[in-house]
Design a protein around this ligand. Structure first.
Ligand code: ADP
Ligand code: MG
Length: 708
């Protein structure tokens, strides 16, 4: 047996992080690092890369140096570790020289386990860059080293010297970027050609994928945000201006939203970022400048207001939601205008061809009519055997229709408009619009003017986009996006070729309302669950101590507390995310809250009886009360019985006859007062229903039987 196989890596996992199990690959990676082997880790955003070096750091004697690109985020990561009782710090140019000096002293005294540092600051660490002080080097966001990658940082390129001066210190490089060229570049430049490589699955099954046509997106977003007003989310937009427009719209609707883009100064940006991380603002409307390295575990949704320029970017951005493993939503709006815009950006770029090809893959993904997750994962070289069941296509499969006539109408309009009109003009002609453009250009004289009045503007748009995607028409990007015909169009217009289209769907975010979901929604609105209760408690503590809420407990821990309702310290320690340190700091306070909640909801049960009784007093029948409260009539009857026993004036006699009461009374004597109503029901040969039996028993119990 290899010596490291015996090392106990579960105790630090539990003690510091409060977790019982490792995620896939984490254990193997950790053991490899503990064997002092160089390691390359490829895991999706939110996959759990940090533990892969944090656990070894706790076990190694000396310090683990963590190279990280973003000064702004080091503090958050260190705060997170400190909150778990892990001795960690960061070292960068924002600190004064006294602070820096004292950190170096802490390292010499071996009181620190992890030190986060930006590559630019490494030169200041030379006094400690030796085998005695450093046990391990972690290079986080390692793709920054590669000019192939999308986040190239020149300062990362000097990192090769680390292996030269510390040849026996293991290096663990971590990234979420999967492509081969970047991977090879990382190991080559870090001088770790023999690194063990661990590539985990890229599937993030907890993220629901949803793609929609970009029509009315602001309204759809407003509706969505309203329904999810307690949740944190990011809305990515293509331009700075759009981020500001979306943010101010949401603000005007009373939501807490801010814009974030590279045009804001450093302080403004860090304020927005900090406020978001600590839940002081819920929504950030941002350009892609926002998000890298943000380890906020409870981002519940990522919306793309515009289509991203490639799948890598899209996947990385949506990966910022649901890091805690709880359900999260990724909603992408795509529009034709976005594609045109993105093509403009790409044209003239050095790698224009590559960019356009990537954009086309993104577009195909957006317009696909098969499982979205399969498409995404296959892009990363991973094959899913089954459809995912958690994307819009799986949940709401598209319906195909014969679109031949629709195609003929559209294509002949393109033809008659001399292939000079963009999509909007073509739709105007089809729908017989009378706007200035149509009249100026004489489009109202075309033979096809008004032949498509039966379809809405939006539906025409969706159909024509499908025609373009299927190659029946194309966009002349250099001629004001005029629609032109293709060889395939002729087949449709002259050779009777059939065209299959999918029915446009006006997908809103509202899931079909089942009875069950209605009830759940109602439950939610009537009663504040324990989770919400604890969330409020957490916010209070966070404000009191002015720390970020997630540093106290994350949402997963609160959800588990809601589910298991821990009553003792022992119970509390079995909750995921509750380690020894957090137990000491917050455990008791949360236990007290849980107890208070349990007591309060016991009292709350009385309220459900009172609600039924109050409606009864207003003169509603049992059936009406049941309907109104979305409960079973038998439940309402039991509520009224309870009130009756409490001495409230409920006329139970209206529900049972004296004869029936007598029969139940006899059964009760013969059966010797059984507890189960079913025994009565059987004894009475099912002639009196459960509700009546219950009422009769209540009347008998109260001893108030009155004979007329
Ligand atoms: P990455 O760096 O890969 O994007 P992180 O290391 O930030 O991801 O981890 C994402 C989230 O998953 C964090 O909230 C972390 O606490 C949680 N996590 C990591 N490993 C585990 C585990 N074994 N059990 C439960 N949660 C975990
Ligand atoms: Mg990370």
């Amino acid at each position: 047996m290899n010596p490291t196989e015996r090392l106990d890596i579960y105790t630090p996992l539990k003690k510091y992080f409060g977790y019982d199990t490792f995620r896939p690959l984490q254990e193997n990676i950790i053991r490899t690092v503990l064997e002092k082997r160089d390691t390359l880790v490829i895991m999706p955003t939110g996959g759990g890369k940090s533990l892969c070096f944090q656990i070894p750091a706790l076990i190694f004697d000396g310090l683990t140096l963590v190279i990280s690109p973003l000064i702004a985020l080091m503090k958050d990561q260190v705060d997170g570790l400190n909150a778990n009782g892990v001795p960690a710090n960061f070292f960068n140019s924002s600190q004064d020289s006294n602070t820096q000096q004292s950190i170096l002293e802490q390292v010499a005294l071996k009181t620190l386990k992890l030190l986060y540092v930006a590559p630019e600051s490494l030169s200041f660490l030379s006094p400690i860059l030796n085998d005695k002080c450093i046990s391990c080097i972690a290079v986080d966001e390692a793709h920054c080293i590669s000019s192939w990658g999308h986040d190239f940082r020149p300062s990362y390129q000097q990192l090769g010297f680390l292996k030269e001066i510390l040849p026996n210190t293991p290096i663990i490089a971590l990234t979420a970027t999967a492509d081969k060229a970047t991977r090879q570049d990382i190991v080559a430049q870090l001088n770790v050609p023999d690194a063990d490589q661990f590539i985990s699955s890229f599937d993030r099954a907890n993220i629901r994928l949803d793609v929609q046509v970009g029509l009315d997106r602001m309204k759809k977003i407003a509706d969505f945000v309203k329904r999810n007003s307690n949740e944190s989310g990011i809305i990515y937009c293509l331009s700075r201006k759009t981020t500001e427009q979306v943010a101010s719209k949401l603000k005007s609707l009373g939501h807490s939203a801010e814009a974030y883009h590279a045009g804001l100064d450093f302080n403004e940006r860090s304020t927005v970022q900090d406020d978001f991380i600590s839940d002081r603002i819920k929504i950030v409307c941002a350009t892609v400048a926002f998000g890298m390295g943000i380890d906020k575990s409870n981002v519940r949704y990522v919306i793309h207001y515009n289509m991203p320029k490639n799948i890598e970017g899209y996947y990385q951005e949506i990966g910022r939601s649901g890091r805690d493993g709880l359900e999260a939503k990724a909603i992408l709006f795509h529009s034709y205008a976005d594609v045109i815009q993105l093509r403009k950006f790409a044209s003239g770029a050095v790698n224009e061809k590559v960019q356009i090809a990537k954009l086309e893959r993104m577009q195909q993904f957006s317009e696909a009519s098969s499982c979205r997750r399969k498409i995404l994962l296959s892009y990363f070289g991973e094959m899913l055997d089954e459809n995912c069941g958690n994307c819009d296509i799986c949940r709401n499969p598209p319906q195909f229709v014969d679109g031949t006539i629709i195609a003929q109408k559209a294509l002949s309009t393109i033809y008659r408009a001399n292939q000079k009109e963009a999509i909007g003009g073509i739709i105007d002609v089809l729908r017989g619009a009378q706007n200035a453009h149509v009249l100026d250009q004489g489009l109202n004289t075309l033979a096809t003017y008004g032949i498509g009045r039966d379809l809405s503007w939006a539906h025409w748009q969706q159909y024509i986009i499908q025609l373009i995607n299927q190659g029946f028409a194309e966009v002349a990007f250099h001629k004001n996006n005029a629609l032109e015909l293709t060889p395939l169009s002729n087949d449709v217009l002259f050779n009777g070729r059939q065209v299959k289209l999918t029915l446009p769907v006006d997908r809103t975010f509202v899931a079909k309302k089942t009875k069950d979901s209605k009830r759940k929604a109602k439950d939610k609105s009537n009663r504040v669950g324990l989770f919400e209760h604890l969330r409020k408690h957490r916010a209070l503590i966070a404000a009191e101590k002015s720390i970020a809420a997630y540093l106290i407990f994350n949402d997963v821990s609160l959800k588990e507390m809601e589910k298991h309702m821990p009553r003792t310290a022992q119970d509390m320690l079995s909750i995921s995310g509750v380690g020894a340190h957090k137990m000491d700091n917050y455990g008791q306070s949360f236990l007290t809250e849980i107890n208070a909640y349990i007591n309060q909801s016991k009292r709350g049960e009385n309220d459900t009886f009172s609600s039924s009784y109050n409606l009864y007093k207003e003169g509603l029948s049992v059936a009406e009360i049941a309907e109104k409260r979305e409960l079973q009539p038998t439940t309402i009857i039991s509520h009224l019985c309870k009130k009756y026993l409490e001495g409230k004036p409920v006329d139970l006699h209206q529900f049972v006859s004296v004869e029936e009461i007598n029969q139940v009374k006899r059964a009760k004597e013969i059966l010797e007062n059984p507890a189960e109503i079913k025994k009565y029901f059987v004894f009475l040969e099912e002639s009196i229903d459960y509700g009546k039996i219950r009422i009769a028993l209540t009347i008998l119990e109260k001893g108030q039987m009155t004979t007329p």
